[in-house]
Design a protein around this ligand. Structure first.
Ligand SMILES: Cc1cc2nc3c(=O)[nH]c(=O)nc-3n(C[C@H](O)[C@H](O)[C@H](O)COP(=O)(O)OP(=O)(O)OC[C@H]3O[C@@H](n4cnc5c(N)ncnc54)[C@H](O)[C@@H]3O)c2cc1C
Length: 340
C-alpha cells in the first residue's frame, strides 16, 4: 500500500481570462485533502499568456503553480495538451492528479491516464483519503442506485475527473503566497499535429442559467411530453429555471443539454427545488441534493426521491402541475388577460 506522501495536482482550465470555476472548486477540495495529510497542492496551467491567472490559483488554494506557456497551447487540443502534461507528470511524479469532468478535462484525463498506464475514475462526486493514504474516488454506479468507492492501489499517479459543482471553492485569499514555476513546452517543437484548433465558440443558452436560479423546476420521465410546458410556465412565474433528468432530455422534451441535472449534467443548489415525476436515482440526486428546500411529486409512495425530499406529494404530476400553476398565478394576483 502507498502512503499518500506526494503532491496533489489540479489541472486548471481557463474560462475566458479567468480560471474555470471547476478548477477553483478542485483547489478547494485539494486543500482540504492536503491539510489532512500534510502534502502540497499544485495547480498546472497550460495555455498562451496565462501567467496572470497563476495568482488567482494561489489565492484559491495552490501552493505552487506549474505554468506552461506556449503559442500552440492557446486553445485546448487533446494531442498537444496530453503530450505536454504527460511529460510534466513523468518529471515531477505527483501522487494524485485531479481534472474537472468538463468536455476537455474528461478527454484529457483519459488520454493522459492511458499514456501513464495508471487508473482514472471519471465523473467523481466526492473524494477522500482512506487510512492507507489512498484516494477514495466516489462515483455513482449500477444505474445510479449506489455510490461506489474506487481506489487505485497499484499504480501512480491516482487520477480522477470530478464533476463541476461537486465541491465548493474556498474564499479568495489574496494574502496567500505561492511559487510559480515556469516549465518548458519544448516537446511541442518536434511535434507535428494532424489537428489545428482554430477558434472557440461559446454557446449561450437562452434564459436564466440553471446554476444561478434560486428556484429550479425539474421534470422527469413521469411528467411526459404533454404536461412538460407546465414546468416552463411555473418556472417563468417563479423566476426560476427548468431542469430535467436524463430520460426527459433523451426524449427531446428539453432541447438544451445544459438543463440536465446530475452526475453527467449540472449541479444545482437553488433555494427551492421542485421535482415532478422523478424517481430519485443517485445519478440525478448527486446534482441537486444540496438544494435548500426539496419538494417532489410522484405517483409512487415508495419512490426513492422522497427520501431526499423535505416535502413529498403522492400525486399524478399531470393533474398536479396545472393546479399548481393556477394557484401560483392566483397567489401572484395575475388576472386571466395577463396569463400566457
Ligand atoms: C453513467 C450514467 C450517468 C447518468 N447521469 C445522469 C444524470 O446526470 N442525470 C440524470 O437525471 N440521470 C442520469 N442517468 C440516468 C439515471 O440513472 C436515471 O435513469 C434517471 O435519472 C431516471 O430519470 P427519471 O427519474 O426521470 O425516470 P424514472 O427512473 O423512469 O422515474 C420516473 C418516475 O416518475 C414517476 N411517475 C410516473 N408517472 C408519473 C406521474 N404521472 N406523475 C408523477 N410521477 C410519475 C415514477 O413513479 C418514477 O418514480 C445516468 C445514468 C448512467 C448510467
Amino acid at each position: 500500500m502507498h502512503k499518500q506522501t506526494g503532491a496533489i495536482w489540479v489541472i486548471a482550465e481557463k474560462a475566458g481570462d479567468k480560471p474555470a470555476e471547476v478548477s477553483l472548486e478542485l483547489l478547494g477540495k485539494a486543500r482540504e485533502l492536503a491539510e489532512s495529510n500534510g502534502v502540497p497542492v499544485a495547480a498546472v496551467l497550460l495555455g498562451n499568456n496565462v501567467e496572470p491567472l497563476a495568482e488567482e490559483l494561489i489565492a484559491f488554494g495552490a501552493d505552487r503553480v506549474y505554468l506552461i506557456d506556449h503559442p500552440r497551447l492557446e486553445l485546448y487540443q487533446n494531442d498537444t495538451y496530453a503530450l505536454v502534461l504527460t511529460g510534466l507528470i513523468k518529471r515531477h511524479r505527483p501522487e494524485t492528479v485531479l481534472f474537472g469532468a468538463t468536455y476537455g478535462g474528461s478527454e484529457l484525463s483519459a488520454t493522459v491516464a492511458a499514456r501513464l498506464e495508471t487508473g482514472l475514475a471519471a465523473h467523481c462526486v466526492d473524494l477522500r483519503f482512506n487510512e492507507a493514504g489512498e484516494l477514495v474516488q466516489v462515483v455513482p454506479a449500477f444505474g445510479g442506485t449506489v455510490l461506489c468507492d474506487i481506489t487505485c492501489p497499484e499504480s501512480r499517479p491516482q487520477m480522477a475527473s470530478v464533476r463541476p459543482g461537486a465541491f465548493r471553492k474556498r474564499e479568495r485569499d489574496t494574502s496567500r503566497s505561492g511559487e510559480v514555476i515556469k516549465e518548458s513546452a519544448a516537446v511541442l517543437d518536434g511535434y507535428r499535429s494532424p489537428l489545428k484548433a482554430v477558434r472557440l465558440v461559446r454557446h449561450k443558452p437562452p434564459g436564466l442559467p440553471l446554476e444561478q436560479a434560486e428556484v429550479v423546476v425539474a421534470g422527469g420521465w413521469g411528467v411526459g411530453p404533454e404536461a412538460w410546458h407546465f414546468l416552463e410556465k411555473i418556472a417563468l412565474e417563479l423566476g426560476g429555471a427548468v431542469g430535467c433528468t436524463r430520460p426527459a432530455l433523451d426524449e427531446g422534451w428539453v432541447k438544451d443539454e445544459g438543463a440536465m441535472i446530475g452526475t453527467s449534467g449540472k449541479t444545482v443548489r437553488p433555494r427551492v427545488y421542485l421535482g415532478f415525476g422523478i424517481s430519485g436515482s443517485t445519478h440525478h440526486t448527486a446534482g441537486m441534493k444540496d438544494s435548500g428546500v426539496i419538494i417532489s411529486v410522484n405517483t409512487d409512495p415508495e419512490a426513492p426521491f422522497f427520501q431526499v425530499s423535505d416535502y413529498g406529494v403522492v400525486a399524478d404530476a399531470k393533474d398536479f402541475l396545472p393546479v399548481l400553476l393556477e394557484k401560483i398565478r392566483e397567489y401572484k394576483g395575475l388576472d386571466k388577460t395577463t396569463r400566457r
